[in-house]
Design a protein around this ligand. Sequence first.
Ligand code: BGC
Length: 253
Amino acid sequence: MQQGPILAFDVGGSFVKAGLVNLGTGTVEGEVLRRPTPAGATPSDVVDLLASMARDLPSSGPVGLAFPAVTKRGVAWTAANIDKRWVGTNAQALLEARIGRPVAFLNDADAAGIAEITLGAGKGREGTVMLLTLGTGIGTAIFVDGRLLPNTELGHLEVRGEEAEHRASAKVKSDLNLGWSEWAAALNEVLEAYHRLLWPDLFIIGGGVTENWEKFGSLLRSRAEIVPAHFRNDAGIIGAAMAAATTTRGAGP
Ligand code: BGC
C-alpha cells in the first residue's frame, strides 16, 4: 500500500497542474503547481514539463496523469485541444520511461469524476451522475450507481448545429467576452441536450470557472439536480491520484 502522498498531474489545453494528494483525507498537500501548457503542446515538450514539475514535488510511488483526450491502455486517441501528435502516442509509457515510476493515464473529466463520486459531490449517489468540466473544452464523465462509463466525450455533441464545447466552455466565455447570464443560457442548452439523451439524476459542474459559482450557479437550469464540484479545480488531480493508487501496475491493492 502506498504510504506517502501520490503525485498527480492534470494536463489542460491552457495549464498543467500538479499536486501531491493525500488519499486518506482526499486533499492536496501543500500548493498545486500551475504552469502554462507549452506552446504547441507536443508530447516531448509536455513530458519535459511533467518531469520538471515532478522534481519540484518530491515523492515516490505511482503517478496519476489526467489528460484531455480519449485514453485507452496508456494511449491517447484524440486531441481536440492539444497537439495532434498525441493521437496514437503511448503517454503512459513515455512518462514512465522518463520518471521511472508507474503511471495511471486517464481522461481528465473521468479523473475529476472519480474524485467527485468517491469523496465529493457525487459520493454515495445512486442512479446516473454526470460531471462536466468546463475549461478550454467541455469534458464529461458519466457514472451509473457509482460505476464509470469512460471516455464519453460529450463535449463534442452537437447542440443547435455546433459542438457543445464550442458554445459553452469557459474558454468560449472569455474568448467571446460573454456575461454570466449569456454564457449560462448557452450552458443550459447543453445541459438540456444531455438531459434529453441521458436523463441524469445529478449534474456536477467542475473546472476552474466554478471558482465563480456564486455568479452563475443560480442561473443554471435542468430537470436534474445541479451542484458544483466539491473539489472545484483540484478534482482532476485528486481523481488521477486515486486512479494511480488503484492501478494494478502501481503500488495499490
Ligand atoms: C476532449 C476531452 C476532454 C475535454 C476537457 C475535450 O475537447 O475531447 O477528452 O475531457 O476536452 O478537457
